[in-house]
Design a protein around this ligand. Structure first.
Ligand code: SUG
Length: 443
């Protein structure tokens, strides 16, 4: 069964405009953020899932500002001196080292369930996120966090990230979907989407914005996870979609079980891609393709309709968690109504306010990493990561005690913010029964 793990927004959540091709991040650069509200909105989403009987997991924020990165960039001295000099001489580097982007855990890793892998274990490949400095910093801590939680070597493999290079650029599960196969509980169909090929073959790439994922990275992940190539599909993102702001495939397509919801311009050859999936997923496969006449790429990107979180309800039927922005646009709202009408692909829609994250281009699907686990695999997880009322209550108290309600980019140099953030994370590792994870805890 799928266990969504959500990333908790960290105490330095801010708007630094660091993601070219991510229109929301660009548009809100320099705005003051509210980290406390971001974390509470994230927690409200997790509570909403858990209250519906969906097994909800939590992943902790990372240490920020990340002093090891600033020191690697040549800033030295006491922590406060490092921050002050970085703010003066290289504010963009300070912003990169301070981003709370690890909250978008759809980019943390690619996960293959034990039913799909050659050795019958759950495989994780932490994403190298090499396209953007502020995201590449996440990889090391993500690997450590996943190894701490999924620690039983008989059941889980957390690989090293792929080599940190442009030809092997990997953005994790935001470009990966798993469909159930014809046998339901048996092996599924894994679907990988890339923006470019490292060898430059194929149709022309995007003109304006970077294509973050390579075909070679996706193929390497499928290979190391031991997936059956006959049950694996690779497709290329449409360059026009990337140029319209689709920096990850999950901004324009979402799938779960036997269902795919996608925009017609999601892939270079959407019809052929759907044909490949239909053949492998079997007769229950259903694709709802939204044409540009029904919803333009621009409206899809502005509202994040396809970045909904698609989950199977314990009572059956698919639920789509949608961002509030979907209802503020008549055309995306009409598509959602069509999807939930009788005969439509969805049993239900749940609309949530995730505006703090949305302003940085992170919708419901970005905030969660799907980890399909059997009950034995779930029971092998010892850390306190599954949300129940107790853990939700403790997290809420913890957020209210430690998080600021206003942060502007200028505040990132405040040494008190570093201390607050470390104090909060130190307490969190204890609260979640995790080992020491962060560089400051090793010092
Ligand atoms: O990588 N935004 C993230 C958003 C990630 C969304 N994830 C998925 N689509 N799965 C990104 O572009 C903005 C940070 C800033 O500008 O301060 C940022 O990193």
């Amino acid at each position: 069964m799928d266990h969504p793990f959500d990333g908790l927004p960290g105490p330095t959540h801010n708007y630094s405009g660091m993601s070219p091709g991510n229109l929301a991040s660009q548009k809100h650069a320099g705005l003051a953020s509210n980290p406390r509200e971001a974390a509470l909105q994230g927690l409200a989403k997790m509570r909403a899932m858990a209250s519906r009987g969906i097994p909800q997991g939590v992943l902790p924020p990372h240490e920020r500002p990340h002093l090891p990165t600033l020191r690697a960039l040549g800033f030295s001295g006491r922590d406060a001196d490092v921050l002050a000099r970085a703010a003066r001489e290289a504010p963009a580097m300070l912003a990169a080292a301070s981003s709370a982007a690890a909250m978008w855990v759809a980019n943390a890793a690619t996960v293959s369930p034990s039913t799909d892998t050659a050795d019958g274990r759950v495989h994780f490949t932490p994403a190298n996120l090499v396209t953007l400095l502020h995201r590449s910093i996440e990889t090391e801590t993500t690997t450590r966090v996943l190894r701490a939680i999924f620690s039983d070597p008989g059941r889980f493999v957390v690989h090293d990230p792929l080599p940190a290079s442009v030809p092997s650029a990997d953005e994790g599960a935001a470009n990966h979907t798993r469909f159930a196969g014809p046998a339901g509980d048996g092996p599924g169909v894994e679907f990988f989407v890339h923006g470019r090929s490292a060898v430059g073959a194929g149709s022309p790439g995007p003109k304006r914005h970077p294509a973050r994922q390579t075909l070679e990275a996706s193929e390497a992940i499928a290979r190391r996870h031991g997936l059956d190539t006959a049950r694996t599909v690779h497709a290329r993102q449409h360059p026009d979609a990337i140029d319209a702001g689709v920096f990850h495939n999950d901004v324009i397509a979402v799938g779960q079980m036997h269902t795919l919801l996608a925009h017609e311009q999601a892939f270079v050859d959407t019809r052929a891609t759907i044909g490949d999936l239909a053949r492998l997923v079997g007769p229950d496969f259903r694709a709802d393709v939204v044409g540009r006449d029904e919803l333009s790429l621009d409206d899809a990107v502005a509202t994040y309709l396809f970045n909904g979180q698609l989950v199977e309800r314990p009572e059956g039927g698919l639920l789509l968690v949608a961002a509030a922005e979907v209802r503020e646009n008549a055309r995306s709202s009409a598509v959602l109504d069509r999807w939930t009408a009788p005969g439509g692909p969805l049993a239900e829609a749940m609309v949530l306010d995730l505006r703090q994250s949305m302003r940085n281009g992170g919708g419901p699907a970005c905030l969660r990493l799907r980890v399909p686990l059997t009950s034995d695999e779930r029971n092998a997880v010892r850390a306190r990561v599954f949300l129940d009322d107790d853990l939700a209550g403790s997290l809420e108290t913890w957020i209210r005690r430690h998080y600021r309600d206003r942060l502007s980019p200028a505040d990132l140099a405040d040494p008190a913010l570093l201390d607050e953030s470390r104090r909060a994370l130190d307490e969190l590792t204890q609260l979640m029964r995790l080992p020491s994870l962060y560089p400051f805890q090793q010092a």
